[in-house]
Design a protein around this ligand. Sequence first.
Ligand SMILES: [Zn+2]
Length: 385
Amino acid sequence: MQKTEPKQQQEKKVERIRWSKSGNKKGPVLVLFVGIHGNEPAGMYAVDRIAKRLSGDDEPINGTVYAVTGNIEAVKLGIRFLDTDLNRLWERFNTSQDFSIRRAENRPAEYLESLEIKKTVDHIIDTHSGTSSDFVFIDLHTTSSQSCGFILLNDTLENRDLAKGFPVPQILGIEENIQGTLLSYINNLGFKAIGFEAGAHNAEVSVIRSEAFLWLVLDKLGIYELSEENRIRNRELLKTENGVPATYYEIVHHKIVDDPQRFEMLDGFQNFDQIEKDMPLAYEHGNLIKAPRSGRIFMPLYQKVGNDGFLIVRKVSAFWLTLSGYLRKSFFHTLLKYLPGVTQVGEHSYEVNLNVARFLVKDIFHLLGYRVTQKDEDTLICYRR
Ligand SMILES: [Zn+2]
């Protein structure tokens, strides 16, 4: 894969709104997040290329597009974050973990960034509520390993619909494994939001894929129509290499790392590489870590920062997708409380006692579109997205 040296950020000043363009106010509003991680510039460069192409008045669009910069201070330094990961703190607001209850000098730099992003998002929503036909949010990232492009989404039917049709793998249910993401925050506000990961951090191909993906998004939403020739060209640019099937995947294992300094992936894993059970994958505190099951390795950590060592994904069957799409719109929800070990604790939430309900319960809740997290060893919390 093509690779270039890390590019220095040329701009002296990094703006929160990196780019915006407005056309027919009744059209959709598309918000692109870039630089949520400061060492992932591909999304910013892709936005700049699109901004340039659409700069003239002779390129009208239907709707409004905003590109919002994430971690401005980290972008200036070209590092993932200063104090804490800006893409892991979005579920802290209004909880006992809220940074606002800390003394000002103990708050991470990213807290301020998150407040400003919140304000920007609120402002965009206020400005266009009532006139705009739809709101769509896209978060652009890259990975520390070599990778094809792929889409990450919280598994709601609306997100699935938005992500449908792009010729890249789609990973469902990321929010159950990685908490506090910006995507979850936006989804919880009631809007569609998906993530696009373009490839390795500083590979030129990651800029090319981000740009291709964004053109296809603009086209799909009816904001800017592509010619058939350009549509085909951009789809070609997005297509996976190494024969990774562009289908749906779910996460079946998540290796969490307490100290990334003491974690070392073995060399040579590319995102989505097939792995077998017991295959050596990494060293942690000097101990060999083997694959607990077979599947495809996902987001192996090749940087000394971050707490997600690697994940394992497996294909989701088309049958399950269709069935779950159908069931989520059905009356089956009303029957959940009758399952053994299941207690309804809110209008859209249930607790599951695992001593009573061992088998299938998680699958049933997933099928019906619930987010399932472990409360403690014996209890699951299931919440409808
Ligand atoms: Zn990222």
